[in-house]
Design a protein around this ligand. Structure first.
Ligand SMILES: Cc1cc2nc3c(=O)[nH]c(=O)nc-3n(C[C@H](O)[C@H](O)[C@H](O)COP(=O)(O)O)c2cc1C
Length: 483
């Protein structure tokens, strides 16, 4: 089961031997990063870290709590993360019940959905302390890398509402501390928070913003999930947990935010104001993103628990903790990709490709040009539209095995015939394109080629052993003393 709040999750991590308490006094300026970076590079992602003694602050910092397969599964409460996607698949699939009995059987599914709707509470742990004269510098917000433009909140759930429809969005966007009550909000142009900002600008309205740290264990993850704009991330969290996220109304904003969070920063963005310099920031590409213009958030209040814990993550040269957040998204969204493209067997977005540089996808090929059909469709699917290289394989290639991927790619591709160069939107963090956010894409068809696709030779057969011989050697194998 997912955990009610960050501290309950930490207790479970400690019981499982997944948490290391660090008593050594360390500065939030660079020193903590160095420890986290070395930890995330350990095999399997290392342990979660609790920095109990942060120099200059009496608030501890935790990091890398989602940074392994085991811990992200614990946080979400599933052994197989694809089950979350299948749950959504069943909700989305338009299936008309044929009989009265089938109709009745559908009711538990619908009940589960209504149980997932966020619940508003009056009294909230996160509002134990209310500070209306906020000072961001009183929080242990780290500076991650030497050339960063300042201190950055890296694991805040940035909550806004669509100024027209009122639908909530929760996005994981970094925020740079500008001074004691101002933050630069780094919602990139393709993201829903940015869309809310542009709508507010058109309507000449202020946009309220709340930034939540902590809460029920799936919440920091769901903020990073690429959900369609009309799906509330906290409803999604409720579907994952099979119980509602508890929300409370803000003190100086009318937004609701997680009642069980550790800290919430309330405020607003005024779209009439000029944009401010944001950056540089040592980013998840492994490079510094240069200074760019983003809106500023005015902080109107900080609310927190009496003994808050500050949740932090770093990005940098992969792998980092976000490898496992991205992996969760990859697994959870596979069933939804199959909902749109049933021919897709599996896909993989390697962390080393920063998720948007490479997509390896395997398909059940049924007709000439099928690989292109799938690649075009993926490029039209939400944030998959930012992918730079899409390589399509036959169904039996394991796209998670880089050895198999390179073997099939190298052998099956004639670059003169099987590579297509296109243009389109590109992740704004990409520094290779001439313009920010716009550039080239490459589709590679690494499937077996058919005559209709111009291949006039006989496609060779893959070497496979006779099944009888395999069975015999299976039986003998342990006696041979090889393993
Ligand atoms: C650790 C981490 C930091 C991130 N920082 C940013 C950021 O600063 N700006 C941004 O636009 N997206 C950032 N992202 C990606 C978004 O969280 C992700 O694209 C998410 O789907 C956005 O939510 P939205 O679809 O509601 O806009 C980050 C993701 C992770 C895992």
């Amino acid at each position: 089961m997912p955990f009610k709040d960050l501290r309950e999750f930490l207790r479970a991590l400690e019981r499982e031997g997944e948490l290391v308490r660090i008593k050594e006094p360390l500065s939030p300026i660079l020193e903590i990063t160095e420890v986290i970076d070395r930890t995330t590079k350990l095999p399997g992602g290392g342990k979660a870290l609790l920095f109990e003694n942060v120099k200059g602050y009496d608030i501890p910092i935790v990091a890398n709590i989602y940074g392994s397969e085991k811990r992200i599964k614990m946080a979400l409460g599933y052994e197989n993360l694809e089950d979350i996607g299948w749950k959504l698949y069943r909700i989305l699939r338009p299936e008309v019940p044929k009989t009265f009995l089938e109709k009745i059987k559908k009711i538990p599914e619908l009940k589960k959905l209504s149980d997932a709707i966020p619940k508003t509470v009056k009294k909230a742990p996160v509002q134990e302390v209310v500070i209306k004269d906020p000072d961001l510098l009183s929080l242990p917000i780290p500076k991650c890398w030497p050339k960063d433009g300042g201190r950055y909140i890296t694991f805040g759930q940035v909550i806004t509402e669509d100024p027209e429809s009122g639908i909530r969005n929760v996005g994981l966007y970094r925020l740079q501390v500008l001074d004691k009550d101002r933050l630069a909000v780094h919602w990139q142009i393709h993201k829903d928070g940015n869309h809310h900002y542009w709508k507010a600008k058109r309507l000449r309205k202020r946009l309220e913003v709340a930034v939540a740290i902590g809460g029920e264990s799936p919440l920091p993850y769901v903020a990073s999930a690429p959900l369609p704009p009309e799906v509330d991330e906290y409803l999604f969290a409720g579907i994952i947990m099979e119980r509602p996220v508890e929300l409370v109304r803000g003190v100086t904003v009318s937004l609701e935010y997680p009642a069980n969070a550790e800290i919430v920063i309330e405020g607003y963005v005024d779209p009439e104001e000029p944009l401010v310099d944001e950056g540089p920031f040592g980013d998840h590409t492994g490079y510094y993103t240069p200074v760019e213009k983003y809106p500023q958030m005015h902080v109107t209040a900080i609310v927190m628990r009496r003994d808050p814990i500050y949740l932090h993550t770093i990005v940098g040269i992969p792998p980092q903790e976000d490898k496992y957040l991205g992996w969760a998204t990859e697994r959870i969204f596979l069933p939804l990709i199959k909902f749109n493209l049933p021919e897709v067997v599996d896909y993989h977005l390697p962390a080393e490709g920063c998720f948007h540089n490479f997509c390896f996808v395997s398909i059940k090929k049924r007709f000439p040009g099928h690989a292109y059909k799938v690649a075009y469709a993926l490029l039209g699917l939400g944030l998959m539209s930012l992918e730079k290289h899409i390589v399509v394989f036959d169904d039996w290639i394991d796209v998670h095995d880089l050895g198999q991927v390179l073997w099939a790619w190298g052998n099956n591709v004639d670059p003169a015939r099987d590579v297509l160069i296109l243009k389109g939107p590109i992740d704004v963090l990409d520094h290779a394109t001439n313009e920010v956010g716009f550039g080239g894409k490459m589709i590679v068809d690494a499937t077996t080629k058919w005559r209709e696709e111009g291949y006039k030779r006989e496609w060779p057969e893959v070497i496979r052993m006779d099944p009888e011989v395999k069975r015999k050697i299976d039986e003998l194998w342990h006696k041979l003393g090889i393993e």
